[in-house]
Ligand binder design. Structure first.
Ligand SMILES: NC(=O)c1ccc[n+]([C@@H]2O[C@H](COP(=O)([O-])OP(=O)(O)OC[C@H]3O[C@@H](n4cnc5c(N)ncnc54)[C@H](OP(=O)(O)O)[C@@H]3O)[C@@H](O)[C@H]2O)c1
Length: 162
């Protein structure tokens, strides 16, 4: 099973603010959906709290250390290892680490594919993207200009490593 991460990062490495995404970029949400649809997504409890519901047509595996936590419509896992095993046992081919920072930090060393949306702006925030690790090779990139619904230009990048 391929383990991938998908994330949107500002020029100054910000990914979150006050428990939320620090921008409104429907073009990126659409891209996120198109990439992750039909797959297992693994997310931290705080990221789940922000989203507030399971994302449809994906198996949502929420990570928490709190064994009284429940998330209707989601699978709850108590370690990254357990979350990955759930996806593997279901026959998943590519599972997605979808954040936040705590989950990226732990999972990035295991990832072989990275989908990064570069948000071309410097954004205030309180959550930074952890170190991505070494060996990433750019496979593709596509720029999308800002418009009336998307305040910043973005670049969709895909990286892989051996
Ligand atoms: N820009 C992007 O693409 C993007 C993507 C995702 C999220 N974000 C942003 O990132 C921020 C949230 O990130 P965060 O780092 O604060 O929180 P997070 O990673 O979403 O969640 C952290 C929580 O996950 C649980 N957890 C972490 N590691 C675990 C492990 N190994 N085993 C079991 N449970 C584990 C713990 O939950 P308990 O406390 O319940 O034990 C921990 O408090 C938000 O601002 C969000 O909007 C941005």
């Amino acid at each position: 099973m391929l383990i991938s991460a998908i994330v949107a990062i500002s020029e100054n490495n910000v990914i979150g603010r006050d428990g939320h995404l620090p921008w409104r970029l429907p073009a990126d949400l659409k891209y996120f959906k198109s990439v992750t649809i039909g797959h297992h997504i693994i997310l931290g409890r705080k990221n789940y709290a922000d989203i507030g519901r399971p994302l449809p047509d994906r198996v949502n595996v929420v990570l928490t250390r709190n064994n009284s936590f429940s998330a209707p419509g989601c699978v709850v896992a108590y370690s990254l290892e357990e979350a990955l095993q759930i996806a593997k046992d279901a026959g998943e081919t590519e599972c997605f680490i979808v954040g936040g920072a705590a989950i990226y930090k732990e999972a990035l060393p295991l990832c072989k594919k990275l989908y990064i949306t570069r948000v071309l702006a410097s954004i205030e925030g309180d959550v930074q993207m952890p170190f991505l690790g070494d060996g990433w090779v750019l496979q593709s990139e596509e720029k999308r200009e800002a418009d009336e619904k998307n305040a910043y230009p973005i670049i969709f990048q895909v990286f892989e490593r051996p």
